[in-house]
Design a protein around this ligand. Structure first.
Ligand SMILES: Nc1nc2c(c(=O)[nH]1)N[C@H]1C(S)=C(S)[C@@H](COP(=O)(O)O)O[C@H]1N2
Ligand SMILES: [Mo]
Length: 506
């Protein structure tokens, strides 16, 4: 049989069948979600990724700067609508074909098979695609059944549309409940560390961070409670450690490859490392700290005998890649544990790279390959115009503004200077005329760790500008000049207007 032509489909699918198809499309997305949950096997995952990658760099950059997380949410919504549309077309073709064959009962199976085919083409995942197909077929069958009393009317019957919509709502609810369920199956029950010595250090180090955190309830402690996430994709990859390896390739004497068990079986270390995203706004919250468990990266790279001139390109399972100097890799760490637990999926399970003192973007998650290069190349974000592979800029955030008893005000936040270290934080409550030293948290062990600061003062009458600046360990004052995040990260002193008429009237 010839596939129906475009006009055939349009003719055969007026309002009734179109509504049923649409309901079936929505149900198909729910079916896919029910089995895949929020992973790349969910039909909207690869579509969102494709959108992000195909959009011109300027649009991506614009949406990061101006829309922030809203940008990725919009991207997801568009991907969901496109996914439902794609499956609706599959259902529509199924219905139209059945009508042409004059076998009403054929509509559901044809629609289901087509929808499953479309989904498996997009995701390459069988089970969730079958679920999408079944959900589409069910909605079409339900629409068909409801109108069975009036065979002639077929999918043009109002009741068939109603039947389709009601069963789609059922599929949506069921799909959501199933898909949003426990994701921990994607993470095996392994202890984060095989090395007993390193494991024994974790508890005391976390306790130290707790004790050194300033006693200010509304200020995030020294180990972040909610560590930010930045990804090129809407859905995080699901990588099984049994299939995963890390290879050292390229300009090396001999390529080497490690399994998860080999790496977690090596001598481990625990390090506090702070990460900051180059694309964040000056006083935003894409700055966080954790205690990571893993191995020094050169323990893995040295056995390969890397050529020592140039640089490395790291590759990851999500299609991300970043290039930076080999010299920076030398202080690097491969982490498979975070705050005493197995590295969470969102932060790169089974393993991620941490490069002290550098912007977050080269701290590659889900890393699979360290390619040694003898010539410079561009990474994912550099191809899109960013300059985010170098050392982080120094910053003092101002997140806490609270009124204390007796007309006093307390301000506070975190300060970070990468491996240059924080020596102090200065606060001005008169718009930068005069400066006072803030109280700092005791430093945590490590080369690349933030500190908290707080400062309480007698509130002047009315609105006033609080300005804060970080001082690096060697006395260098953070530059005052303000720049945009694009292309090389935000700089400047954070200012907030506090008190009556200000943006923070408590
Ligand atoms: N594989 C992979 N690694 C990645 C990214 C990514 O999209 N894919 N994002 C990078 C960026 S821009 C930042 S700021 C950090 C954020 O790490 P986090 O999500 O653990 O906070 O991861 C980096 N590593
Ligand atoms: Mo980033």
């Amino acid at each position: 049989m010839n596939p129906p032509s475009r006009t055939d489909i349009l003719d055969a699918v007026p309002a009734g069948p179109a509504a049923v198809s649409l309901a079936a499309g929505v149900a198909g997305v729910a079916g896919s979600y029910a089995v895949a949950s929020f992973t790349p096997s969910f039909i909207a995952g690869p579509i969102a990724g494709l959108l992000a990658r195909r959009l011109p760099a300027v649009v991506v950059t614009y949406s990061i700067l101006l829309l922030g997380d809203l940008g990725s949410r919009l991207n997801l919504i568009v991907a969901l609508v496109l996914s439902a549309g794609l499956l609706a077309v599959a259902a529509g073709v199924g219905i139209a074909t059945a009508e042409r064959l004059e076998v009403a009962a054929a509509a559901a199976p044809i629609a289901g098979v087509l929808a499953a085919g479309v989904t498996v083409t997009v995701t390459a995942a069988t089970l969730p695609s079958l679920a999408a197909g079944v959900a589409v077929a069910l909605v079409v069958a339900a629409a068909n059944l409801v109108s069975i009393t009036d065979r002639e009317a077929g999918f043009r019957d109002r009741r068939s549309v109603l039947g389709g919509v009601v069963s789609a709502i059922g599929a949506l609810g069921g799909g959501y409940l199933l898909g949003s369920g426990d994701l921990s199956a994607a993470r095996p029950e392994r202890s984060a560390v095989d090395d007993d010595g390193a494991e024994a250090e974790i508890g005391p180090l976390l306790q130290e961070a707790d004790e050194k955190s300033l006693d200010v309830p509304d200020l995030e402690p020294l180990v972040s409670e909610r560590f930010y996430e930045v990804d090129i994709n809407t859905t995080d990859p699901t990588v099984s450690p049994d299939d995963w390896t890390l290879s050292v390739t390229g300009a090396v004497d001999e390529e080497v490859s490690y399994t998860y068990d080999e790496i977690t079986g090596m001598d481990a270390e625990n390090r506090f490392v702070t990460l900051r995203c180059v694309g964040e706004k000056l006083n935003a919250r894409k700055l966080d700290n954790a205690l990571w468990t893993g191995v020094p990266i050169m323990d893995l790279v040295d056995p390969a005998g890397p050529a020592d001139e140039c640089c490395v390109m790291l590759h990851a399972t999500d299609g991300y890649y970043q290039e930076f100097p080999l010299a920076a890799l030398e202080d690097g760490f491969l982490a498979y544990g975070m705050n005493g637990e197995t590295l969470p999926r969102g932060h790169g399970y089974p393993a991620r790279v941490l490069i002290p003192g550098h912007w977050g973007e080269i701290n590659v998650k889900w890393v699979t390959e360290i390619e040694v290069l003898d010539e410079e190349a561009q990474g994912y974000w550099e191809e899109r115009g960013w300059h985010g592979t170098g050392p982080v800029k120094t910053v003092a955030k101002l997140h806490l503004v609270e009124e204390l008893d007796g007309g006093r005000v307390r301000v506070g936040g975190h300060a970070y200077a990468g491996t240059r270290g924080i020596g102090g934080v200065e606060v001005s409550t008169d718009g930068g005329e005069t400066w006072t030293d803030a109280t700092l948290s005791e430093p945590l062990p490590g080369e690349d760790v933030w500190r908290q600061w707080v400062h309480a003062y007698d509130a002047p009458e009315g609105a006033h500008d609080v300005v804060v600046r970080a001082i690096e360990a060697d006395g260098t004052v953070q530059p005052a000049e303000e720049t945009d995040p694009f292309p090389s990260g935000p700089s400047g002193w954070v200012t907030r207007t506090v008190g009556d008429g200000g943006s923070n009237p408590f």
